[in-house]
Design a protein around this ligand. Structure first.
Ligand SMILES: Cc1cc2nc3c(=O)[nH]c(=O)nc-3n(C[C@H](O)[C@H](O)[C@H](O)COP(=O)(O)OP(=O)(O)OC[C@H]3O[C@@H](n4cnc5c(N)ncnc54)[C@H](O)[C@@H]3O)c2cc1C
Length: 382
């Protein structure tokens, strides 16, 4: 039997669900959303562990400067939990504040320092690229900001673990995602909105699906490539890896996958802050995230439980049996993507959205922003 629908949306992550909600509620069109995982929410899926809401695919901290993105998501979460995301980096036997700030420098120098001293250190140690113009890769970008010692301490090995390639092969933006500051502010983001949906992402997604009224159908455990012949859709929105859509005709794009291991400890707290990075030791994981810190509000709510959960992230190759989560932004990958982008532009029946399909690193807010802009384009067709 063939099913008819206005839209077939591939992927029930935040990109697919945003588009499903807008199309169903604003255009009153029918949408079928398929996801090959056994749940919706994509990488933002929350599981429940010893009474603690635990992100299955790594902690997801929402931050943006874009009010329209915040306002849109606020339609589906009754209120937000204001939060602060603290990161430390366990490097060469010491715990340093990260992203780099004055506190990092003081620990490095093992004494109290002034901002001017730190600026002087940076001015002396920065290494400008040998060529004209801005840095061309991640290594050059960090060397130009903090010099070799800090690059080796915090970036080089972490990047190799995280991405499986040398920083010199990556786009500068990959290593510049965290701000570098000379004052005492070591927070991960300076965005206006930094918060988490109070009852978690899953409830927010449930509310988005409810807002679709009866116009949207969600099918989990359903792979698009097994299902596509059974459905007749006016338009397809595809949020999976773009090379798979075109049957790898220009070769495989480089994507990275991550395995998460959750450990439960009989302790009220396990580590000093929400996230600890492990750039420079023999551990295979890049970071350990203790969910119960203030970031999700779980610690405040379940502060009297005697257990805590820590998620360890093990980056791995994207191959059979694993999920792609990020594009690896190498020169080769970017130029292969351009070939896919060219053929994608010829497909008027398909819209490609989300980081996997547009081969970009998009955070949550950027994904929603892109989905809302995509919706405006689709709306003009009707
Ligand atoms: C470890 C990690 C930590 C992160 N931390 C943060 C953070 O702190 N803050 C932040 O803002 N962002 C963070 N991000 C980024 C965030 O996860 C993404 O911005 C967001 O998940 C993108 O949503 P999406 O819907 O585009 O993609 P996804 O969540 O990947 O959803 C795509 C969906 O498509 C489905 N799919 C793919 N192919 C098919 C197919 N053939 N058939 C059916 N279904 C298919 C997949 O199963 C998946 O569910 C993090 C990402 C990772 C991996």
């Amino acid at each position: 039997m063939t099913l008819n629908t206005d839209y077939l949306i591939v992927g029930a992550g935040i990109t697919g669900l945003t588009l499903a909600e807008r199309i169903s509620s604003q255009l009153n069109k029918r949408a079928i959303v398929v996801d090959h995982r056994n749940h919706f929410g994509g990488n933002l899926f929350d599981a429940n562990l010893c009474g603690i809401r635990c992100p299955k695919y790594g902690l997801h901290y929402f931050h943006t400067n874009h009010k329209h993105v915040y306002d849109y998501l606020s339609l589906f979460t009754r209120w937000w939990m204001t939060s602060r995301y603290e990161i430390m980096s366990w490097t060469d036997g010491k715990m340093y504040p990260f992203p780099i700030c004055l506190g990092t420098y003081e620990l490095f120098m093992e004494r109290e320092c002034t901002e001017d001293e730190f600026k002087e250190y940076l001015a002396l140690n920065r290494i400008a690229p040998v060529h004209e113009g801005p840095p061309k890769n991640g290594e050059e970008a960090i060397l130009a900001q903090v010099g070799l010692e800090f690059y080796n301490k915090f970036y080089r090995n972490y990047t190799i673990k995280q991405w499986g390639v040398d920083p010199s092969l990556l786009d500068p933006s990959v290593l510049l995602r965290h701000p570098i500051r000379t004052d005492r502010n070591c927070s991960r983001s300076t965005d206006t909105y930094q918060c988490m949906p109070y009852r978690g992402y899953l409830l927010m997604f449930n509310n988005m699906l409810e807002a679709c009224r009866d116009n949207a159908t969600l099918l989990v455990n359903t792979d698009y490539f097994d299902y596509k012949d059974k459905i007749n859709a006016e338009h397809i929105i595809y949020t999976g890896p773009i090379d798979r859509f075109f049957n790898y005709q220009f070769g495989r794009l480089p994507y990275r996958s991550i395995r998460h291991e959750v450990k439960v400890y009989n302790a009220r707290r396990y580590q000093y802050c929400a996230q600890v990075n492990f750039p420079n030791d023999d551990k295979k994981y890049t970071r350990a995230i203790e969910v119960r810190h203030t970031i999700t509000g779980e610690y405040a709510k379940y502060g009297d439980t005697s257990k805590t959960a820590v998620i360890y992230e093990y980056p791995q190759k994207y191959e059979g049996g694993t999920e792609p989560v990020f594009p690896i932004l190498t020169e080769e990958g970017k130029s292969t993507y351009l070939k896919y982008q060219d053929v994608a532009l010829d497909r008027e029946d398909v819209t490609f959205a989300g980081g996997l399909a547009t081969f970009q690193y998009l955070n949550i807010a950027e994904s929603v922003e892109q989905a809302l802009a995509t919706f405006e384009t689709l709306k003009k067709r009707h």
